[in-house]
Design a protein around this ligand. Structure first.
Ligand SMILES: [Zn+2]
Length: 277
C-alpha cells in the first residue's frame, strides 16, 4: 500500500528570526522575547503534542539558537526527531555578497549542532527561504542530501537551480503551509494582520485533502506518486497555546487517512532515492 509522506518541519529560530529581520532588534527586548518564546514554551509544547500522537518530525535549528538555548537540541533528540541544518546565524542567504562569509556561517552551524547530535546533518532549510548565488555550490561541498526550500511543485524531485541539475533531493514547500505567512507579527511588520485560527486550520486541512486525493489517483493510474505534504512551522509561532491546538486538529485529521504516513524529511528522502534507483 503506497503512502503519501507527511513531513512536519519546524524552524527553531529563536531570537535569530528577529535579529536578522532588523539588526536594531538587538536593543529591543520585547521583540527578542517573541523569539525566546519558541525555545522556552513553544518547543516543549510541540514536542509533547508530537509524542502524544506518535508523530516523527524534522527540526531545523540555527547554531546560534542551539548555543543560546542549550536544551533545544537534546530535547528534540530525546523525542526521536530529526535535526537539520539552518545555518548558524540565520542571516538571509540572498544578503551574502561573498562566498566565504556564507561558507563560514554554515560551517559554524554544522560544528555547533553536530557536536550536540553526534550525527551528520543531511538536510538544509534556508533561513528566510532564498538561495544566494553561492548556496547551491556550498550545499554540494557540504554533502547535503536534501533541501526543503523550493516552491515549484507538490512532488519530491531532484533539485535544479541556476540551470543546474543536482543529486540533492528537494522537498517542496509553500507559503500557505507555513505558519509565518498567517501569524508572524510584530508592530514593525507593516500591513500584517493575524489570521483567524479556523481559517488557517481549514487551509492546511484542505491542502492535505486535495493532495491526498491526487496522490491516490496517481497511484491508481500509474502505480506510484511523488506527491508529499510538507508543513513548515516555527515553535515561537505555532507553539502558542491556541495555535498548537490547530496543529493538533490537523494531526487528528490526517491520522484518519490510511495512506498518509508521518515521517521525517530524511526518511521521506531515503524512500524517494531508493525508489528512483
Ligand atoms: Zn528560520
Amino acid at each position: 500500500m503506497k503512502k503519501m509522506p507527511i513531513i512536519f518541519t519546524f524552524d527553531v529560530d529563536g531570537e535569530t528570526l528577529w535579529l536578522n529581520r532588523d539588526p536594531e532588534n538587538i536593543d529591543r527586548p520585547v521583540t527578542l522575547s517573541l523569539g525566546q518564546y519558541g525555545p522556552r514554551r513553544g518547543l516543549p509544547r510541540i514536542l509533547k503534542l508530537l509524542k502524544k500522537y506518535d508523530v516523527p518530525a524534522t527540526f531545523f535549528v540555527p547554531g546560534q539558537t542551539a548555543e543560546d538555548f542549550p536544551d533545544v537540541v537534546p530535547s528534540i533528540m530525546a523525542g526521536g526527531h530529526e535535526i537539520g541544518h539552518h545555518s548558524y546565524s540565520h542571516k538571509w542567504p540572498d544578503r551574502y555578497t561573498n562566498r566565504e562569509d556564507e561558507v563560514e556561517d554554515y560551517a559554524r552551524g554544522t560544528q555547533v549542532v553536530e557536536a550536540l547530535t553526534g550525527k551528520k546533518l543531511t538536510g538544509y532549510r534556508s533561513p528566510a527561504w532564498e538561495f544566494s548565488k553561492f548556496t547551491l555550490g556550498i550545499l554540494k561541498d557540504m554533502g547535503i542530501e536534501y533541501s526543503a526550500n523550493m516552491m515549484g511543485t507538490d512532488c519530491l524531485e531532484y533539485l535544479e537551480a541556476f540551470g543546474e541539475k543536482t543529486d540533492i533531493v528537494e522537498i517542496p514547500c509553500s507559503w500557505h503551509t507555513d505558519d509565518a505567512a498567517f501569524w508572524l507579527y510584530s508592530v514593525r511588520i507593516p500591513g500584517k494582520a493575524m489570521q483567524p485560527l479556523e481559517s488557517v486550520e481549514k487551509c492546511w486541512k484542505d491542502e492535505f485533502d486535495v493532495l491526498y486525493e491526487e496522490f491516490m489517483e496517481e497511484v491508481e493510474e500509474t502505480g506510484d506518486s511523488d506527491i508529499v505534504y510538507c508543513l513548515t512551522c516555527h515553535p515561537q509561532i505555532i507553539g502558542r497555546p491556541a495555535r498548537a491546538r490547530v496543529l493538533e486538529n490537523l494531526i487528528k485529521h490526517i491520522k484518519q487517512y490510511p495512506n498518509a504516513e508521518f515521517m521525517t524529511a530524511a526518511d521521506a528522502v531515503a524512500e524517494f532515492k531508493a525508489k528512483k534507483k
